[in-house]
Design a protein around this ligand. Structure first.
Ligand code: ADP
Length: 281
């Protein structure tokens, strides 16, 4: 049995005429890294909100089908229990920061305080998470006075400190420069190494190709592809379904068309480098 199982999930927002998610069935396994792709409006954010239990409870609307999470129907979890099992990271970190405390330390500690964790344990856990996310030097700063990238790392820290098993992360780097994007992906990679299950929406395809295990592709609310990343991302025809592909995939295709022997399923720069070294011999 999967860690998460979607069974024929269809969801329509209140007052909407058509469903935003249509008849999606999928199985996700614990500890794997899933990226969700698709054109704007294809239902990625809606699916994220279904996976973290916010739809239909919070948004209302009409949902049919079932979502099983860790052996139990998602609808049967208490909101508090769900918050400690599934962490959600927003696109805009500004929306994640509560402002309940005026230091980075306090902001990260806030969630643990709410769960009644003893103070010495809070101190240890917050210190540890600040190290992990490279924000120890921001400890006494006001979270609202940080750069966007720093805020995003604080947001990740405030979710990580609650030690959820699964993370749903919706376009975490869309407002960040390349350097800060790299820092955020360093954190995501550590989360993966910790064995967390990760569901990510991300438009930077090089990162998707490098870090994911599996890829899901949505089109107009339907799941049109799901599978191992090499298999899915090397399908150039997906561009006709509004999906961007990694530059490496497009380059590999061009090289094949011009008669070079590039093997199938090249999606990352490292894989391409290896191919070119072989050709050079
Ligand atoms: P994506 O994340 O892929 O851009 P969304 O999940 O945001 O797609 O949106 C999927 C569809 O649902 C779109 O047609 C969008 O207009 C619609 N939608 C999103 N949020 C709402 C809402 N709160 N109420 C009604 N329709 C919505």
């Amino acid at each position: 049995m999967g860690y998460i199982e979607l069974k024929n999930v269809t969801y329509t927002y209140p007052l909407a005429e058509e469903p935003s998610v249509r008849d999606i069935s999928a199985v996700m396994e614990r500890g794997k890294f899933y990226s969700i792709l698709g054109a704007n409006g294809s239902g990625k954010t809606t699916l994220c909100n279904i996976l973290r239990g916010f739809i239909p409870n919070f948004y209302q609307g009409e949902m049919s089908g079932e979502v099983i999470f860790d052996g139990k129907n998602l609808q049967e979890y208490e909101m508090g229990e769900l918050a400690s099992k599934i962490g959600y990271v927003f696109q805009n970190p500004f929306n994640q920061i509560t402002g309940a405390r005026d230091t980075v330390y306090g902001e990260i500690a806030y969630g643990l305080e709410n769960f009644g964790v003893p103070v010495p344990e809070i101190r240890d856990r917050v210190d540890q998470i600040m190290e992990l996310t490279n924000i120890t030097y921001l400890r006494d700063k006001n979270p609202f006075e940080l750069s966007g990238g720093q805020q995003q790392r604080v947001a990740f820290a405030s979710v990580l400190v609650l030690e959820p098993d699964m993370f749903v992360i919706d376009e975490p780097t869309s407002q960040l420069d390349p350097r800060e994007t790299e820092r955020v992906f360093d954190i995501i990679l550590k989360m993966k190494e910790m064995g967390k299950t990760i569901v990510l929406v991300e438009h930077k395809m090089e990162l998707v190709a490098q870090y994911s295990d599996e890829v899901l592709v949505l089109e107009e609310g339907r799941l049109i592809r799901a599978g191992e990343k090499h298999e899915i991302l090397s399908e150039t025809g997906l561009q006709e379904h509004g999906v961007m592909l990694p530059q490496t995939v497009l380059l590999a295709e061009k090289m094949r068309n011009s008669g070079l022997k590039i093997k199938d399923g090249i999606i990352t720069e490292d894989e391409m480098r290896e191919q070119l070294v072989n050709i050079g011999r």
